[in-house]
Design a protein around this ligand. Structure first.
Ligand code: NOJ
Length: 783
């Protein structure tokens, strides 16, 4: 009997089936069980049998010290954080020679990489190459839009291409491993690192995770010599109060249904490595959490790659009040199967003694070392260990990548408001005032984690507009300055320098200058938002207000009566309650990267039509946080006739819903057809709609399908994204778009069953262009 036949014959609520499942659970592997329940648990092994054979042969020749050395990753720089040990290159090279380092991070100079690699390949006993890793988060020499922006493109192919190009540049410098994609679901924009992920939704997050893994690593049929890292495993995005590093408390239901799907998808796509998070998950630090690392990652996901800790996370187990001392910390992470210690050197200091004391078996050590060696074989590092630093190829590469970065930035922007067709601007506009602290800010255009790109290569909004509107007089004034009340140790080190503060007189003079410039213009382009360091690691905020005097600047410029286009340069959904009622045009540009300014100019001029959609729900104010569309209903649903609001001072609805974004064209989505209205548990249906471009411009629409299970063993979210497609249509053109709703779209982890379920119920389907879509139909699923 085939597995799927079992599912048809034995529906999930059937007592007998439950007994059988219980028996199966005990006697068969999770993989078998997951096939019955349709849990996507089959991981693609990132390595080949040949990699494994070679790793096993090498392991047999290695001493214990050499094995432990492979688990040791060092920072090649001095970080302004506790635990980082400054070293000079001589010490590094000695450690490499002795085989005490498996990997370096933060070294990006090809010559130094090659020098150290040569020592490893020629002077170290077993000639095991070093694996050089780096945060290639959204670019290397060329920055692409930050990941939240790429998610706003709703175009996984774009995310894949961006990471492929970024890794080409990194490989050129000798880097073979990126600490990306960051796939943390984040529903609290006070948390600055929301910029690094794909937003609030597990389905969109999973699509972006898969795409980025493919971009970095290629496919099994067509592998690339580069490794991806799924991070931060798991639950980092749920930090209490949005305070970076703070504890997360996540139920198993939320973990399985919301926070893990992007990780699961990335592992399935063959991700070679996973980074364990810093924070306590339900009071057990993620970097020594057996439930996360063993039960979920190794067993449920069948992950065959290796886990690296976040920076100094192993030693931090002591600070977090979990481990007794560094030795205990090493043992707890090691026992939880964390392979590589990033930066803290607790493994290299303690594992030998722990082994000698019989705290673990040498086979356990081999198990943790093996996938690191497999990765090095898989990358071809033993044969081809050096950076290829040919300058000419590099120059050609950069020119090509800039074009892709410009397209990516334009496809990522989201048009939030466009009253009376203010946008696109006419190219004959005579005087354009470009105002705001982010309108001519090169380094801040690049966004967080742009550590290797050169700000001087970056095109600002002002520069982009000047280059596009060649017949116009385009002038610039900053107007205001923004700053953080509490700077972090990363400011000016991992993020751009904070500006030197203006005196009160200077501030007033700058405000006046900007207002004068606005008065003398035909249109004002106002770029407001946040500095890169405000949305970086350590970049949490308690408010969503526009920082500093930005709101005042906005209101005073509006008061001049000139048409205002507000450009948002940040990843945080800032409080737009005033702007959304007054400012005629608002375009969310995020941090667009190297070509940010040109992309903005393409959009404002109409050479490119905006088509991005919000990957997060936009709150009206910080008091609504956390707010996300896939909430459950309660006994007083938001849309019931009475008791519609849960606050007495504010609506419960967001300012802009998840999936929302305008275009310069208009679309209708109609004629929703379900291939069947009643199916069995094992069945699937096709939902088809017709999309028509009813406007006058060739443009993109993102067609989105949402699903809702009306009843079951647990309450389900009022709707959940289960399909999307970004399509381009000419004026008047129609296209049919079809989505499949099968087992995978209907299964979920039920807290009542403590397991994955696929249930008989009735299901609502909506298709539209945001999460409030009203085009509806329904179908039923029976046993
Ligand atoms: C800490 C960050 O949390 C992580 O995302 C990053 O990859 C490492 N540092 C290395 O830079």
């Amino acid at each position: 009997m085939k597995l799927n036949q079992i599912a048809i014959v034995l529906p999930i609520n059937n007592k007998f089936r439950r007994k059988l499942l219980h028996h199966l659970k005990r006697s068969l592997s999770f993989l078998f069980l997951s096939q019955i329940l349709c849990i996507p648990a089959f991981a693609q092994s990132p390595f080949t049998p040949a990699d494994r054979d070679r790793a096993d042969t090498l392991l047999k020749q290695m001493t214990t010290d050499e094995k432990i050395g492979q688990l040791n990753q060092l920072f090649y720089l001095t970080l302004p954080v506790g635990g980082a040990k400054p070293r000079d290159p001589v010490i590094y090279q000695d450690l490499v020679r002795q085989g005490k380092i498996g990997s370096f991070l933060f070294l990006t100079d090809a010559k130094e990489i090659n020098r150290l690699q040569k020592i490893a390949m020629t002077e170290q006993r077993l000639h095991i190459p070093i694996l050089f890793g780096f945060d290639v988060i959204h670019g290397f020499d060329t920055e692409f839009p930050v990941p939240l922006a790429t998610a706003a493109s709703w175009d996984p192919a774009l995310a894949e291409e961006a990471q492929r190009l970024a890794s080409e540049e990194a490989i050129h410098a000798g880097i073979r491993w990126s600490f990306a994609p960051m796939v943390d679901i984040a529903r609290d924009p006070r948390w600055g690192r929301i910029s690094e992920g794909a937003g609030e939704d597990p389905y969109l997050g999973a699509a972006m995770a898969r795409a980025q893994v493919r971009g970095f690593q290629g496919t099994p049929q067509n592998p690339r010599p580069f490794l991806a890292t799924m991070k931060h495993f798991a639950g980092y995005g749920a930090a209490e109060g949005g305070r970076d590093y703070d504890a997360s408390y996540i139920s198993e239901e939320q973990l399985q249904n919301v926070y893990l799907p992007p990780f699961r998808a990335g592992v399935q796509a063959g991700a070679a490595t996973v980074m364990s998070a810093y924070m306590d998950l339900n009071n057990v630090p993620a970097s020594a959490n057996p439930h996360l690392l063993q039960d979920i990652l190794r067993k449920q996901f069948d992950f065959k790659g290796f886990v690296v800790s976040d920076a100094f996370a192993v030693a931090s187990l002591v600070t977090q009040g979990f481990a007794k001392d560094r030795e205990d910390a090493a043992l707890r992470s090691f026992s939880a199967t964390l392979n590589m210690d990033m930066g803290s050197e607790t493994y290299v200091e303690n594992l030998k003694a722990l082994l000698d004391k019989g705290q673990f078996a040498s086979a356990q050590l081999d198990d943790l070392v093996r996938p690191i060696l497999e990765a090095k074989y898989h990358l071809g590092l033993f044969e081809n260990p050096y950076a290829d630093a040919t300058d000419q190829t590099h120059a050609e590469m950069l020119a090509k990548h800039r074009r892709a970065a410009r397209t990516a930035a334009a496809r990522s922007a989201v048009l939030l408001r466009n009253e009376s067709g203010l946008l696109p601007l006419s190219k004959a506009t005579k005087r354009i005032a470009v105002i705001g602290p982010l309108a001519d800010a090169k380094a801040d255009m690049l966004g967080p984690w742009s550590l290797t790109a050169k700000p001087e290569d970056t095109v600002t909004i002002f520069e982009g507009l000047r280059a596009k509107f060649t017949n116009s007089q385009v002038e610039y004034a900053p107007g205001v300055q923004i700053s953080k009340k509490h700077p972090s140790s990363f400011d000016g080190f991992l993020t751009p320098d904070l500006p030197k503060p203006w005196s009160p007189e200077e501030s007033d003079a700058q405000m006046k200058r900007a207002l004068q410039l606005a008065e003398n213009s035909d249109v004002v382009i106002l770029a407001l938002g946040e500095l890169t360091g405000m949305v970086f690691e350590y970049g949490s905020r308690s408010s969503l207000d526009m920082p500093g005097r930005e709101q005042e600047l906005l209101e005073r410029i509006y008061a001049t009566g000139k048409p205002v286009v507000l450009l948002l340069v940040t990843t945080r959904p800032l409080d737009l309650s005033w702007a959304s009622e007054h400012v005629p045009a608002i375009l969310d540009c995020y941090y667009g990267g190297t070509e940010a300014g040109n992309a903005v100019a393409d959009l404002l001029s109409g050479d490119v039509v905006p088509g991005g959609k919000l990957p997060i729900t936009w709150p009206r104010s910080v008091g609504q946080v956390p707010i996300y569309y896939a909430h459950t209903a309660s006994h007083k649903p938001y849309d019931s006739e009475k008791f519609t609001s849960r606050y007495w001072d504010l609506a419960t609805s967001p300012l802009y819903p998840f999936g929302y974004g305008l275009s310069y064209s208009t679309f209708t989505i109609s004629d929703l057809r379900l291939s069947e209205k009643a199916i069995s548990l094992d069945g699937s249906i096709t939902a088809t709609v017709t999309v028509t471009n009813t406007g006058s411009k060739t443009a993109d629409e993102v067609v989105q399908l949402y699903l809702h299970q009306r009843y079951g063993s647990a309450s389900r979210p009022v709707r959940e994204l289960k399909g999307f497609r970004r399509i381009t249509l000419q004026p008047g053109e129609k296209q049919q778009v079809a989505f499949t709703i099968g087992r995978e779209e209907r299964n979920y982890w039920s807290a009542a069953k403590n397991d994955w379920v696929l249930e008989p119920s009735e299901f609502d389907v909506w298709v539209g262009n945001n999460s409030t879509a009203t085009l509806h139909d329904a179908f039923s699923v029976s046993k």
